[in-house]
Every structure is written in C-alpha cells, then in structure tokens.
Ligand binder design. Structure first.
Ligand code: ADP
Ligand code: MG
Length: 299
C-alpha cells in the first residue's frame, strides 16, 4: 500500500485519467476520493457512479443527461453526471460492465471533451477528469471484445492496483483497531485469539468485510474485549464444514440455498457479478437474496 500511495501522489496532481484496479471492498473508491482530494480539483465536485447498477439506456441519461421528452418518462430535462462533475472528477465504478454502445459515446466524450444530452442535437463542452475502477481483468475483456481497446488505452493512462487485504496481512489489525475505535462500544480491544483469527482469514470481501466483522464483534461484545465468540462464523470457521452424512441433518431449502450462495460468492473471491453468473441468476436477484439473508451488499 505504501508503494501504491507513493505512486499516487504525482498522479493525483496531474489531470490525466486513472484506472484503479482491485477486488471488491479493497478500497478503490477510498483511493479515488483521496486522489481527488489531493488534486488541483479538490474544491470542485467528486461524483461517483456505479456503471453496473443501471441498464444501458438509463445509464446513458444518467451520465449525459436528457432533454424533456427524450423518452417515455422524461417529463423534464435532466442534467447528467458529467455536468454535475464539471471542472471536477467523475469516478466510473465497475467500468467493465459498461455496454459497448455506451463505451463508444464515452470515448467520444473523452476525445472531444464534449457531451450530448439524450434527445439533444447540440453538444456542449465539459471539463471532467475521469477515474475508473474495476475488479475485472479489463485486458481479458478487451481480448473477448467485451471492452473497446481504444477506450481501454485512453482510460489506463495511469493504473493503480490495490492489493487484496489477504496480501497485506500487516494492515489487518491496524484497520480492525481503527474500526473498533470508531464504533460506539469503543472501550474493548481484540483478544490475542481473535487477532490471530483476523490475521488468518482470507477476507474475500476485503476491507468492507473487515469493517462489518468488527462492527459485528463490537456489538456482540458490548464494549468488553472482542473475543472469538464475538466474531462472525465464517471468520472463525473459514472452511465450510464437510456436508453432514445424508439424512443426518435435514435442512430447509432456504438454509441450503443460503449456504450455497455464500460458498459460490467466496469461491468467486467476493465478486458478486461473477457469482451471479456461476449461479445462473441475475445480479439483481442475487442482491435481493443477500439482502434477504441480512448480508450487506455492494451498492
Ligand atoms: N484504507 C482504508 N481505510 C479505512 N477504511 C477503508 C479503507 N479502504 C476501504 N475502506 C472502507 O472499506 C469499504 C470498502 O471501500 P471501497 O472504497 O468502497 O471499496 P471498493 O470500491 O474497492 O469496493 C468502505 O466502507 C471504506 O470506507
Ligand atoms: Mg466500490
């Protein structure tokens, strides 16, 4: 992380695009905000949008805005995020999920510094610094023709890869301690046994998962030291226990489903989009299931 931050300092000062790579929850948006806050644009807006959260047509009007009557439901004109971020920075999160047709429009906007609202004929100029973030191998997406090569090279002037938390074990306890101190039950600490578990776990959800785990522990310990018993089950027992012999325990369909869904997400390194593909369901369906399981999802 020190190496990443050292490289980040001069990059922050420039006006060039930055591509931030890293697993889900590893801190890509945090780094993007830090770059912006250390850039000459720091007093101008920072706007973040999750490209994967909206279908193509909606995404286009979200990014570029639309004129009144541009499509059914466009009862008023709307500014797009490019306009909101004018003279500031726009983070395009999960850029790999952007539909090809929109990639072409984004490329044009970056090349010409001009955008056109949906339904409008007149382009106008904007001054937006673009950051993008992804947990996917974009080069592979280019090879599979899911991502435009020209856009790829335009976006990756600078790339900053964030290592997953399990590859920087020495960061786990300082971060966990900070999260614990931020919690309202801040009096306790981690017992030595709890510390060992935190350092030994794989953290497929990275820092986001660590923060949730610490909150879990802080609530259950109620201000006393956080011990093994207060940590979430998956941290204490990281490997799913072998299937009980058939007939030993009869479980409901819902229990089996929950277990399987969580196992697939872990096998996909916490990437929900990949997990949804493996499970053969839509991302929204997966998201709804996770919510029903009481698990915090990525926005
Ligand atoms: N270096 C850090 N220090 C403190 N909290 C962090 C750090 N990096 C990430 N987080 C927290 O972890 C969570 C996930 O970070 P985020 O930037 O949204 O990850 P990503 O965009 O890679 O999914 C957020 O709640 C964020 O505040
Ligand atoms: Mg994110």
């Amino acid at each position: 992380m020190r190496g990443v931050l050292q490289r980040a300092a001069p990059i922050a000062a420039s006006a060039a695009p930055v591509m931030i790579l890293g697993e889900s929850g590893s801190g890509k948006e945090v780094l993007a905000r830090a770059l912006h806050a250390n850039s000459p644009r720091k007093d101008k807006p920072f706007v973040a949008v999750n490209v994967a959260a909206l279908p193509g047509e909606l995404l286009e009007s979200e990014l570029f805005g639309h004129v009144k009557g541009a499509f059914t439901g466009a009862v008023t004109a709307k500014r797009g995020l490019f306009e909101e971020a004018d003279s500031g920075t726009l983070l395009l999160d999960e850029i790999a999920e952007m539909p090809l047709a929109l990639q072409a429009k984004l490329l044009r906007a970056l090349q010409d510094g001009e955008i056109r609202r949906v339904g409008d004929t007149r382009p106008f100029s904007v001054d937006v610094r673009i950051f993008c973030a992804t947990n996917q191998d974009l080069r592979a997406c280019v090879a599979q023709r899911r991502f435009r090569e020209d856009l790829y090279y335009r976006l990756k002037v600078f790339t900053l890869p964030i290592p997953p938390l399990r590859e920087r074990v020495e960061d786990i306890l300082p971060l966990a301690t900070m999260f614990l101190q931020q919690h309202e039950h801040r009096s306790g600490r981690f017992t030595a046994r709890a510390q060992r578990l935190l350092e030994g776990y794989r953290w497929p959800g990275n820092i986001r998962e660590l923060a949730n785990c610490v909150n879990h522990g802080a609530v259950l310990s109620g201000g006393a030291d956080v011990d093994v018993a207060h940590l979430p089950e998956e941290v204490v027992k990281p490997r799913p226990s072998p299937e009980p012999a058939s007939g030993a325990v009869l479980r409901t369909l819902a229990e089996v489903e929950r277990e399987h869904v969580l196992r697939v997400i872990e096998a996909c390194g916490g990437h929900q989009a990949d997990a949804a593909r493996v499970l053969g369901i839509g991302r929204t369906t997966l998201w709804r299931k996770l919510r029903a399981f009481g698990i915090e999802t990525e926005e």
